[in-house]
Design a protein around this ligand. Structure first.
Ligand code: SAM
Ligand code: 2KA
Ligand code: SF4
Ligand code: MG
Length: 212
């Protein structure tokens, strides 16, 4: 069983509520969406085939038990499911970052799903699979990546409409260098909403351009 992989690397988890922890990243190749702000456009096409065995060998080189599967869009490749099972069997905590357009109820309940809800500013909000909200559990996370005030107001409405805070963790993250963290912080405090402000820590540490 093989997956088309763009890169395997070990770094600091820069997003989600696992932010700051050393983590192994599996970035799969290919995406069905084209978000305006996407910072990993190189993952649309650049990749090589790896067996699950070979991926597990890479993962085994590190001491951390935290693994993130990202992309591109992980849910486009069916082999991602046996890969998560293999990782869980070996005792890893498995995060899957996914774009919200494809069914997320395909994993073992132990997999932590970090699901974007694509805002209008991404250009991709019409592709959202809204049924996914019903599959979320308290260990999962939803993330709104916000381009501007219109996105913020839209996201706030969605949080209210679906009572998202009762279902899972809720993250509000600015598009890097488009919306500032301080402005987003002001909006969250002034509206007194209980969502987690999330920067992209890896870009604060290393800047936007990082390729291994
Ligand atoms: C590159 S995507 C890969 C996983 C999946 N395709 C998705 O969109 O969730 C990983 C995360 O990075 C976020 N992201 C991409 N470009 C960004 C940017 N310029 N600023 C902030 N977050 C960004 C996405 O919204 C998503 O939450
Ligand atoms: N969530 C998340 N954390 C990260 N840490 C380092 C990253 C990178 O691309 O270098 C990265 C990334 O792309 N995503
Ligand atoms: S869904 Fe994820 S990988 Fe695909 S274009 Fe959007 S941010 Fe990039
Ligand atoms: Mg990223």
């Amino acid at each position: 069983m093989e997956l088309k992989i763009t890169e395997l690397f070990y770094s600091i988890q820069g997003e989600s509520s696992y932010i700051g922890l050393p983590c192994i990243f599996i970035r799969v190749c290919g995406c069905n969406l084209r978000c305006h702000y996407c910072d990993t456009k190189y993952a649309y096409h650049e990749g090589k085939y790896y067996s699950i065995e070979k991926i597990m060998k890479f993962v085994g080189k590190y001491h951390t038990k935290l693994v993130t599967i990202t992309g591109g869009e992980p849910l486009l490749q069916p082999s991602v499911i046996p890969l998560t099972n293999c990782l869980l069997e070996k005792g890893y905590v498995v995060l899957v970052e996914t774009n919200g357009s494809l069914p997320i109820n395909v994993f073992s309940p132990k997999v932590i799903r970090v699901m974007d809800i694509k805002c209008p500013g991404s250009g991709m909000s019409n592709f959202m699979e809204w049924k996914n909200i019903d599959y979320l559990t308290i260990k999962d996370e939803v993330k709104f990546v916000l381009s501007d005030r219109d996105d913020y107001d839209w996201a706030k409405e969605i949080v209210l409409k679906y009572r998202l805070q009762r279902r899972c963790q809720v993250l509000f993250s600015p598009v890097f260098q488009k919306l500032s963290l301080s402005i987003l912080a002001e909006w969250i405090l002034s509206d007194q909403i209980s969502v987690r402000l999330q920067p992209q820590l890896h870009k604060i540490i290393w800047g936007e351009i990082r390729r291994r």
